[in-house]
Design a binder for this molecule. Structure first.
Ligand code: ATP
Ligand code: MG
Length: 456
């Protein structure tokens, strides 16, 4: 991991050289240095420089520029269709509201710019010929797997509360832990997350939940996360009956998120599943009751969970496809699956194959976070049986009106009067086909139509 040379893309080398030749200092900085040292491909290459925005504009005048961030010192230069952000060395001014710096001040040297950055692993810079500039032990923390604030963590979280969530997101993404003083300060300041905008919180939470390390971070740092989503707090310590469970609701949730298998899901489907698993039991604490046998029950937690999930996701300004996808899954996550072709086809008709595949993935994750008992294993087998048959029927079965061997015109041609009866009859025919009473063949369907017409 300790290679001192980072392979830079040609365009980045050109940008650094152009700045150097014009007499400015310039480095790649932050995430790209961190990721390069980890042997990961950086998502984007950010550059910091002593040049001011006006000087950059002049220097790159013949390139396409993005000037939206100019006030904060950032000029985007587009090379070969890809934008590169170049930002003047700056200090962030005072943060009155835990949100945005009241003003930024441009400075002349790199050290001050690195000091404003959130974590040691994000506060390194690199330039060819100079090597890595690491003033805060970023490489050491990277090697040890530690997220540590630059400077005093309490002060840094007070400047910008979002850093609390960023710490968790990086821990999840990299499989790291929070350095103890950083973790303590994050827990103490968790409620200040409430003053951060919904969009920023959603962005970090989404980044946290959609990486494989999410479950571990939830298990370890639930208390901190509760600053962003207070509804999770009562899940911690909410005990569940030992017949099925070996975890409280929160540890069960964390284990389910860790167990989630996203193979075969597209990006949206994966995101929906990550959030749905995170929120699937969110209503258990408010639905908990203890029966006469002394065992806990959670009657109605599916439906109430869907309501609560909607409230949370709306508050976070999540995209509507996510809100609909998640609430749909949470609302029936614990309901028994149908058996028998007729019932499975009706299920396909109502929910569609994509949704049902997601439901199965959520159910597997949920069950894999239960106690390892024969009853749980048998429930898991039920999911497998359903999924297997559902996949076959989704390919070969008839479960939508469009798949029927007749359409409305066929029915009218065969003597059915135009009007609402056409829709009703098609509906009835589809039901008969799904139940296996009538084969999906033209002659048989028309015969069934005539039989239906005879009935009052
Ligand atoms: P990613 O790969 O997720 O983009 P990144 O490290 O590039 O990771 P960005 O959010 O793109 O993260 O930020 C770029 C850099 O800016 C960070 O590496 C860090 O040095 C600094 N930074 C970003 N947000 C903050 C913040 N809220 N407080 C302090 N420094 C920050
Ligand atoms: Mg970045």
């Amino acid at each position: 991991m300790r290679q001192e040379n980072i392979r830079l893309p040609q365009d980045v080398i050109w940008l650094l050289q152009t700045l150097h030749t014009a007499g400015y200092s310039a480095y790649v900085v932050g995430g790209c240095v961190r990721d390069s040292l980890l042997g990961r491909q950086p998502g984007d290459w950010d550059i910091c420089t002593s040049a001011r925005p006006a000087q950059m504009r002049q220097l790159f005048a013949d390139k396409q520029l993005i000037l939206a961030g100019e006030k904060h010192g950032t000029v985007g230069v587009v090379l070969h269709g890809k934008p590169y952000e170049i930002t003047t060395y700056r200090l962030d001014g005072a943060y009155r509201d835990h949100r945005h710096p009241d003003q930024v001040r441009f400075v002349q040297d790199l050290a001050a710019d690195l000091a404003r950055r959130d974590f040691t692993i994000n506060a390194m810079a690199y330039a060819p010929g100079e090597g890595i500039i690491d003033l805060y032990g970023g490489r050491k923390d990277l090697a040890a797997g530690i997220i540590r604030c630059v400077g005093n963590p309490t002060a840094r979280f007070a400047e910008d509360a979002l850093r609390i969530l960023r710490a968790l997101r990086f821990a999840a993404r990299l499989g790291f832990v929070l350095e103890p003083a950083t973790a303590q300060a994050a827990a103490a300041a968790r409620d200040t997350l409430q003053s951060v905008s919904a969009e920023r919180i959603y962005g970090e939470l989404d980044g946290l939940l959609t990486v494989p390390g999410a479950g571990k971070v939830l298990a370890q740092y639930g208390e901190i996360l509760a600053g962003a989503v207070p509804e999770v707090a009562p899940c911690m310590g909410c005990t569940q009956p030992g017949r099925w469970h070996c975890y409280d609701v929160w540890q069960h949730t964390a284990a389910a998120v860790a167990a989630l298998d996203l193979r075969g899901q597209d990006t949206r489907g994966a995101r929906i599943l990550c959030w749905a698993t995170f929120l699937h039991d969110i209503a258990k604490p408010i639905c908990r009751s203890v029966g006469p046998d002394g065992a806990a029950h959670f009657k109605g937690h599916n439906q109430r969970g869907a309501v609560l999930a909607r409230i949370i996701l709306r508050r976070l300004k999540a995209p509507s496809y996510l809100i609909e996808g998640v609430t749909g899954l949470v609302a029936i996550h614990d309901a028994p699956l149908p058996t028998g072709d007729g019932a499975i086809l009706k299920c396909l008709n109502r929910y569609g194959a994509v949704f049902l595949r997601r439901l199965c993935a959520l159910k597997y994750a949920d069950l894999d976070a239960h106690a390892r008992t024969p009853e749980v294993a048998s429930r898991r087998q039920d999911v497998t049986d359903f999924e297997t048959r559902m996949a076959v029927l989704a390919k070969t079965g008839c479960y939508t009106m469009r798949q029927l061997a007749v359409n409305g015109a066929d029915l009218m041609e065969a003597g059915l009067p135009a009007g609402p009866a056409v829709g009703h009859t098609l509906h009835g025919l589809l039901g008969a086909v799904m139940e296996g009473r009538v084969p999906n063949e033209r002659a048989a369907l028309l015969e069934e139509m005539h039989r239906m017409m005879q009935q009052p």
